[in-house]
Design a protein around this ligand. Structure first.
Ligand code: HEC
Ligand code: HEC
Length: 357
């Protein structure tokens, strides 16, 4: 009996000690009353833009381009990245692709009306962005290069761009940089002449094929109805209703066809014949590739000659000369709101300037 009492007495402080150590049941974290979301009266509101109206943008999907890019070998891409940033591909060692297509700061474009190349010479055209360029059916404003691989070798020997004397000079210059000799031999093993213009184009093109920037608009296209705000959806509706998508279609919202500038009313001051100078057919005069509008809000100024400073101006003129319509200020601003939803994210890691050999 005495023994039991003793044990009980002993256990009391122990129990208390025990209780002190234990955290007090944390009840204060629980919401006092869980307010259930008010049941929304199921009204089945009509969407601002009907799914069927999006058909023009579904000629292919941006995901297909992302997957194609992902399948390209990394060593080829890494070499292409180096060449994209390589100033020694220019005569005076001062200009790289990135000079006119600033990947990190200017959304792969430049902020001048026309480009300035070797010896500060100015060209006749605006530099488009290289982001998503690989998605287009042809390259350049006039489509004179079939794809990004074919395009990439052009600027290197263009006398007003990077101004290398000729292809042989480019191959010789890279061939004198031991690091490049090793890299080309490893990436193009089996080639009799690993360093060639063709392979330079292949590598740079490969790098560009992963410069794809999906935007909120693409999530909306894929079925996420919340990816665009109501204002953006209204802008998309205006864009469609006014007729912009009759030319600017496909997942790039452009970049899949040529059209004449001045389709409905003569475009003032047009001197560049665009496609006509490439084919020599007068029927192609003043025809240009319909621009992809991805990231367009970030790549002012606009048009092949960079003569339109603001997006509002570009949109108004497009409506006027390509569609014969005068937009109200509200319509213009609504379309611009939509165009902002075509801005994707810069792939910061992917575009890091590499250490050059
Ligand atoms: C001196 C500035 C300059 C340099 C350097 C330059 N570009 Fe360009 N780039 C332009 C201009 C201007 C155009 C448009 C020319 C045209 O359409 O006639 C263009 C067009 C392009 C296009 C076509 C995009 C489209 O939407 O059609 C791609 C891709 C491109 N450049 C990639 C490159 C690559 C790769 C390099 C490096 C090998 C490079 N550029 C070097 C100014 C430059
Ligand atoms: C009949 C075909 C056609 C229609 C319709 C059309 N566009 Fe265009 N758009 C083009 C062509 C072609 C270009 C290339 C312009 C150039 O070469 O200067 C272009 C270029 C643009 C550009 C400049 C892109 C850049 O990067 O410089 C914007 C912005 C644009 N269009 C928006 C619109 C909007 C908004 C509408 C509707 C109001 C519209 N377009 C209707 C054919 C069209």
């Amino acid at each position: 009996m005495r023994k039991t009492l003793f044990l009980v007495a002993l256990s009391i402080p122990l129990l208390f000690a025990c209780k002190d150590d234990k955290p007090i049941a944390e009840e204060e974290d629980k919401p006092i009353v869980e307010e259930k979301d008010k049941p929304i009266v199921e009204e089945k509101e009509k969407p601002i833009v009907e799914a069927a109206a999006l058909a023009p943008f579904r000629t292919s999907s941006i995901d297909a381009f992302i997957q194609a890019g992902a399948a390209i070998p990394n060593d080829l891409i890494d070499l292409g990245r180096m060449l994209f940033y390589e100033q020694r591909l220019s005569k005076a060692d001062d200009i790289s692709c990135n000079t006119c297509h600033d990947l990190a700061n200017l959304y792969g474009a430049e902020n001048e009306d026309v480009s300035t190349g070797h010896n500060d010479q100015r060209g006749g055209r605006n530099a488009p962005t290289v982001y998503n360029a690989a998605m287009q059916f042809v390259q350049f404003w006039d489509g004179r290069a079939q794809d990004v691989e074919a395009q990439a070798v052009g600027p290197i020997t263009n006398p007003i761009e990077m101004a290398m004397d000729d292809d042989a000079a480019v191959v010789e210059k890279l061939g004198n940089i031991p690091g490049y000799v090793t890299l080309f031999e490893s990436v193009f093993s089996g080639d009799a002449n690993p360093i060639s213009m063709e392979n330079i184009g292949k590598a740079i093109g490969a790098f560009e094929r992963r410069l794809i920037t999906p935007a909120p608009f693409h999530r909306f296209l894929a079925g996420d109805s919340k990816a665009l705000t109501e204002d953006e959806q209204n802008g998309l509706k205006t864009f469609l209703d006014v007729g912009c998508a009759s030319c600017h279609d496909g997942p790039g919202v452009g970049g899949i066809r040529y059209r004449k500038l001045g389709a409905k009313a003569p475009w003032p001051g047009l001197t560049d014949k665009g496609r006509g100078d490439v084919t020599g057919n007068t029927s192609d005069d003043y025809s240009f590739k319909v621009s992809s509008l991805l990231n367009v809000a970030q790549t002012a100024p606009y048009g092949h000659n960079g003569q339109r400073a603001t997006l509002e101006e570009a949109v108004e003129q497009m409506a006027q000369y390509q569609l014969g319509k005068t937009l109200s200020a509200a319509e213009t601003s609504s379309i611009v709101t939509f165009l902002n939803a075509l801005t994707g994210e810069i792939p910061e890691d992917y575009i890091q300037a590499p250490t050059l050999p």
